[in-house]
Unconditional design. Sequence first.
Lengths: 263, 500
Amino acid sequence: MTLLYATTNLINSTTLPPDNAVYRSSEDATYQVENLYNRRPSYPFRFTAKAGQFVKANLGERKIVSISAIFGHNLTNAATVQLHASGTNGSWKLVANYTWRLNDMYVKFGINETWLRLSVSDAGNAVNPILGDWFVAEHSVFENAVVNPGRSDGPEYFVADAETPYGQDHEASYSSGGRFSITLSSINDPTTIDDLETFLDDVIMNNGGRFVWIPNDTQPHVYYVKVMNRRDFANRIVYGDPNELRNWRLEFKILTRGLRLLD
Amino acid sequence: MTVTYERQWLDGDGRNTWMRQFIEFNSKLAILDLGPVAGKSQIIDSPDGAVWSNLFTIDPAVSGIDSQGGLDGLGLAIYQDSIFVSQHIGVTLTDARVLEWDGSSITQHLNSVSQNNSLTYGLLVWNSKLWLISDITSGVLNSRRVVYYYDGSTWTAIVDYDGAAYLNYGSNTTPKNLAKSRRSTLFVYSSQLYLFATRWDTGTSKWGWQIWRFDAGTFDNFTLIYEQYDEYALSGVLLYKGEVVVTANKIAAGPTPSIDARIYSSISLTAWNTLGTYPTLGMVYWAEEINNKIYLNTHDQSVTNRTRVRFFDPWVGDPVLDGDITTNTNAQATGGLINWNNELFVGKYKEIYKRVSDEDVIVPPEEPPIIITEWPFMDKNLAPIDIVTPLRFFDGRILSLPSTSRSLDDKTGLPSVGDLTVTLANHDNEISKWLHDFPIWKGNVVIAWIVKPSQSLSTRLAYFKYVIIDHWREGPNVIVLLRDVLRKYFDRSVPQDICT
């Protein structure tokens, strides 16, 4: 049971260029393929047909990839979603089949390939399939940090309550997400930069605070989260040479999937 | 929910008919019935849609008008308490006429001003005049298209189309085939008159369509505002939820349209969204907005000749089959659709059908709406949260929107709303980019709608139209001050006292 994370999405404008029909089977005029890596699951990509659809990515050279996640989708649980890989744009080898989960789903594997293809077939969907974000990366673990037991972990709802002076009570539910708060203890050599600090530098300065978090790799939960705190991350508990103990506190929230009006 | 289509009127009494176009006349449902007996047409009407009787017959032998026949009298309108019907004259479609029935006698129009070999259609009443389109279909003046209007005494032709004396629709194909796609249509949108015209472009050798806007100021010319040649010819134009929706069928080689249909929409008329391409939908013969959906009457030849009624909400998905009215004879194209007395009637070859269903009216639960905004001058849509709809995306950049309410001024009766200060997120400089691309915001219109989060976008209601008065930056945000657009035009003090 390990906490996995991934910060940098290998799907970007270089590996999945916009306006190139090689890289996708169809593309809606409003919801285009670059929305798959805009870090907004609420601003999605949409196919214009239901069956036999795909998006492809060319990583440029053989790269080790271990996670492929989809954040925000409208697929039915009868949809077939698969990941294929290849050295060229052809002769695809099946890497993994996604198991349907509401909103977010991922597969974990290990390949070293150049081309990837995400195949979607959802003929039973009333409308064309929508994908929020497609995240592909090699996952990482914290080498020197241990997650302390117990964490704050629960859903968050954004609801407007409108109670009139006459006592009539309406509400509108706009979106749901989640909040987590985890603490980690890390032992590191004080002459180097703590790998948690390196992780935060990458996430906050290079990726808008967003990263993919898999709390437990034996379970199917995956989250596209944003780090909420900006300071007061850590306390040094034990000073020493050659190691120190630091306690870290990280707070995340799940990125909202936005509001769909009868999509 | 069970939907059936019940046959209302049979051809048992020997009529050879084609139920083309419905209209309401004197509180009854009426339809143009082409060719009940060779050489004649009639208007039949019914008080309830079930029992039909003859209103008047167009019989050359009796009424002394020119003999008539042929197909596709695609024009029916009520003007100054008379029914006007456009007709072809002659089996070979040589002349066109417009017939007026005032309740007792038939008058023939345009026989002195029409050119030989022309087809009139597209009758429409606008600006207190009766308008029609006239296409010349053979002879030396072939391919010319002219719009006429009638003010009750005189017919006037519009002879200025961006300087040209007539439109050239670009093909000498016989009208019989193209009439199925309704060649062109006059349409009123935002109180302006437009001509939507199918055209063959000789340069690209493709079919397509154009939109011409009539100048209501000089009242004598049309200007081209849009054209596209993607091999689809018009079959219908309608207004749906404030947008103009066009149905079209493919004519790849011509002249006969195919069952490959396409549906477009636009607000501006100069930029069009393709709502969908439907290669097997059928010839879209008629489209009407009924009960918040677009109903399409199609002639589907993909299996056997069938009339199929589909309903279509562009903001939901593809057209859904509602009724399959199979013909078992050599079917001609299907006919009209109308929502009359809250019932849907469908016309086809020889028959009229009424839609019968047991659907309940569902009352949606009360929930407070959210305000969403359209900024048409930049073609952007903004809302307090990212909103995904099938055709447009509402960017969730509105950080704050104060509460607002509308009121009516009791002196003028004009609606008014207070100023609205909207805070937009500019942390990523996206608004700055918009300010660069569209440097002038002040004076432009922003439209606010309200919509309930659980409902379709097509249920949105117009809240108010604002004009941008000012905008400025505060840190990572851009603040925009919106004001009631009516105050731009009517911002003057109203006398509070009446002089006696």
